[in-house]
Design a protein. Structure first.
Lengths: 552, 285
């Protein structure tokens, strides 16, 4: 059967360099086939696809042994693909807001795109865009077209970008991490939508992802990339069902597996489930109300939570549920409208920043993205030392400080030689370890973990989660964990608070909430978790697409 | 992940070669400026510049390569001799701007309270006047010595500096590592010094250089219209002014050479400013 796109022996190299960054990659996409390209950050996924699109960054060039598109041989990949892009190839980008110019309405942007590739009268173009927006489940295309990109939610913006890719009726769709930036509930809907549109139009697709769950869910074929070369390729059933390559196996092992949940509980982390209510609370928040601006609706509408000493409270919910606002209020980085915050038995809600500062020794934070949270101008040593210098009583002399820093870097399983490096010289996982060491430097009673694994590769996530669990056992620190990654939540949380639209939908011991959720929203969140086994979540996908058709 | 580690050194090297080239250029241009100032002392004492050495408006010749002006003073000696005054006043004004306006930019960018708004509204008032009008007012009120010119220039260019550098401070203030330091309990002032200053000092230096080059134009302009440095003290702007009438009579050398000196100096400072700006932007990546 002739393929829609067939590329053999793709090399990408820096102009003038000998060693290719991407080497000998074969890609074949047929109609009604969805090829997933998976691998970690730096594996060459994006470069491969950009080479296929003829859109490599300056200074990089692609070469192939052979290439063809829809049966026609392609001599010059870059030139040909540049011509096909937008015409017969539709592109779905990872960051929809980056793809839509912020200064013009969505309608204006879409009109420009459509009429560049398919010259037609404006009235017809508008009709076509409206149809495309309706097809991706946006029920009010007129309103969407009038809005500016920032007025759309993440899911809506991603739908607009998908509509933009499909409105020219392309034969091939290329999607770069189309759902990474989205909430799990929205993710499932967007993936279902993508798959449905691809099948409905008899098109082919390439999807880049680092998430094997996505592969299991929408792909028919998969190419596993590692350090720029293909480690394993084949149909999803072959590769996921019977992986041959050790790296593929590792990627699959790193997947959140809902069935492993029971095992985690038995491991002892949650063995003391019953003690939670009796342990003294280190942080208590009561009836927290917060809105940004007087006329805006409240983001938090009377939230209560309680963090027992030495235990982990997980706050889950989709973005916009108020998770970040809640922890920022807890950290006293933003003022609250009403409610009370008790920290180590003292009411701190009324304290000024200056008065509260000394308490920060016992309340530290690890951010989602260590690259942003670590000042790139400081060495690892200076970064870990900073809290110690801030609270000199924790390590009064230079010698004690050095000793403590070395103790901390070893506690997070990094080498002492790392201390004199700068954050840019470390990998994402290493940076997050440094951030954790920094947060633990003053021996705090509570550490807020704000999506501590979200920016990390799957295989690294597990190590960070293990590290956090071990450090809690060793130091007795309490965690407030914000996450939408249920694997992280399952592995760490003793108690769970489910936030939904600024209110606590459900709260209780982790096992009870996650195993037998009572609130429909918790149920939906758990459902949205992508299943591992190919086809298993088909029912869930169908449900997703039905709710789309219903315009949910 | 290994690919990332592997490519990191080569990337660093690529950036650092272009960075070191830019730094070399900065050093070269600063060297040229230092030479100009040193040279202005080498041509002789201040009195040498007002010596009458020959027939008025004698054209350029081997002994007097830039010719003589309407009083018979050597244009070459005067152009060289004026460098220390023009460059000196401008650099001094730049330093005053940096010392006063950088802390203001840091404070107004870092904190957002009533006094931030007050300072910003005050700056709006000053910025609403054209710079030459504002400088004229200051000079009219205080007199036209070199010190007053420095003060007037600093007064005129500080608001622009605060506005520009404050916008950089604002963006750094939003960085997670700043919130991270505050959340870790680092006092605000120390956070400002350790986390905000290193990321804004480059922009501040670039803005200082721009203030210096604008001061050269302002001082020359004030002297040209007669309210700045007074003749016979050698100063480029006033020399251009004394050259206007001779130029109309064909003695082009009197105004041309100080004019070239002004243009060249301004271009050099602007180039340094551009280089520093690019360097600080690149360091942020």
């Amino acid at each position: 059967m002739s393929q829609l796109l067939e590329i053999r022996g793709l090399d990408v190299r820096r102009t003038g360099a000998d060693t290719p960054i991407v080497h000998d990659v074969d890609i074949a996409v047929g109609r009604r086939r969805v090829v997933g390209i998976v691998g970690e950050t730096g594996a060459g996924k994006t470069l491969t696809v950009r080479a296929v699109l003829g859109a490599l960054p300056n200074g990089l060039q692609a070469a192939t042994d052979s290439a063809s598109f829809d049966g026609e041989p392609v001599a010059n990949l870059t030139e040909t693909m540049r011509g096909l892009r937008g015409q017969r190839i539709g592109v779905v980008v990872q960051d929809p807001l980056g793809a839509l110019p912020p200064i013009q309405s969505v309608g204006t942007s879409l009109l420009t795109i459509l009429r560049t590739h398919r010259p037609m009268p404006k009235a017809r173009a508008v009709e076509r865009i409206k149809t495309a927006l309706l097809e991706v489940g946006l029920r009010d295309p007129d309103a969407v077209m009038k809005s500016r990109p920032h007025e759309l939610s993440g899911g809506m913006a991603q739908r607009v970008v998908i509509a933009a890719a499909f409105m020219t009726d392309p034969d091939l769709i290329v999607a770069d991490e189309p759902t990474t930036a989205l909430d799990p509930t929205v993710q499932a809907q967007i993936l279902a939508l993508l798959k449905r549109e691809i099948l409905a139009r008899d098109a082919g697709a390439i999807i880049i992802t680092h998430d094997m769950g996505v592969v299991a869910q929408v792909c028919t074929d998969v190419v596993v990339l590692y350090q720029g070369t293909v480690r394993e390729a084949g149909t999803v059933e072959q590769v996921l069902g019977d992986p041959q390559d050790p790296y593929t196996k590792e990627l699959l092992a790193a997947l959140p597996n809902p069935n492993a949940f029971g095992a985690d509980v038995d491991e002892g982390v949650h063995a003391d489930e019953a003690d939670g209510t009796e342990a003294t609370a280190v942080v208590e928040m009561r009836d927290i109300v917060k809105s940004y601006g007087r006329k805006k609706p409240a983001v938090l509408k009377g939230v209560d939570l309680r963090v027992p000493a030495g235990r982990t409270l997980a706050i889950v919910g989709e973005s916009g549920a108020g998770k970040s606002t809640l922890v920022r209020a807890l950290l006293k980085l933003i003022p609250i409208d009403s409610g009370s915050i008790t920290f180590e038995g003292t009411d701190v809600s009324g304290l000024s920043q200056r008065q509260f500062r000394t308490s920060r020794r016992d309340l530290q934070v690890v951010y989602q993205n260590p690259t942003a949270a670590l000042n790139p101008r400081l060495t690892v040593r200076a970064l870990i030392e900073e809290p110690l210098r801030t609270f000199p009583e924790t390590a009064p002399t230079a010698a004690e400080r050095t000793a403590r820093v070395e103790e901390l870097i070893q506690a997070v399983r990094l080498d002492v030689t790392m201390l004199d490096r700068y954050p840019t010289q470390l990998s994402g996982g290493q940076k997050q370890r440094v951030a954790i060491a920094r947060a633990l430097a003053t021996k705090p009673a509570v550490v807020v973990l704000d999506e501590p694994t979200a920016s990390l590769d799957l295989s690294v996530r597990r190590h960070i989660v293990d590290l956090l669990a071990r450090l809690q056992r060793e130091t007795g620190v309490a965690y407030v964990l914000v996450s939408h990654d249920f694997h992280t939540v399952r592995s760490l949380a003793h108690d769970v608070v489910v936030l939904y639209r600024g209110e606590v939908a459900e709260a209780g011991p982790a096992g009870a909430v996650l195993r037998t959720p009572t609130h429909p929203y918790t149920q939906q969140l758990l459902d949205a978790e992508l299943s591992m086994v190919p086809g298993e979540s088909a029912a869930q996908l169908d449900r997703g697409s039905e709710s789309l058709v219903g315009g949910h | 992940m290994t690919t990332m580690v592997k490519s990191a050194p080569s990337m660093l090297r690529r950036v650092s070669t272009s960075r070191s080239r830019a730094w070399t250029e900065v050093v070269v241009w600063c060297g040229v400026l230092v030479l100009a100032v040193v040279g202005s002392f080498l041509v002789g004492p201040a009195s040498a510049a007002i010596d009458i050495v020959g027939r008025p408006l004698a054209p350029p010749s081997p002994e007097h390569i830039f010719g003589l002006d309407a009083y018979g003073m050597d244009v070459a000696v005067r152009v060289a001799s004026a460098a220390r005054l023009d460059i000196g006043v401008a650099v001094a004004a730049g330093l005053v701007v940096f010392v006063i306006a950088y802390p203001v930019a840091l404070a107004t960018g870092f904190w957002n309270t009533w006094w931030t708004k007050l300072i910003l509204r005050l700056l709006d008032v000053f910025q609403s006047f054209p710079s030459i009008v504002l400088a004229l007012t200051v000079v009219a009120l205080t007199g036209n010595g070199a010190g007053n010119l420095i003060a007037a220039s600093a007064f005129v260019f500080a608001p622009v500096f605060v506005r520009t550098v404050r916008s950089v401070v604002l963006s750094v203030r939003e960085q997670v590592f700043v919130e991270s330091a505050l959340a870790a309990g680092v006092p605000p002032i120390r956070t400002l010094i350790r986390h905000v200053v290193p990321h804004t000092i480059g922009a501040a230096m670039a803005q200082t250089t721009i203030a210096v080059s604008r001061t050269i134009i302002l001082v020359a302009g004030l002297s040209f219209i007669g309210v700045g440095i007074q003749p016979p003290t050698p100063e480029w702007g006033s020399m251009v002014q004394t050259g206007v009438a001779p130029t109309l009579n064909g003695a082009w050398w009197v105004a041309l050479f100080p004019g070239i000196a002004i243009v060249a100096t301004v271009m050099i400072f602007d180039r340094i400013g551009t280089l520093l700006g690019t360097l600080s932007l690149e360091a942020e990546r």
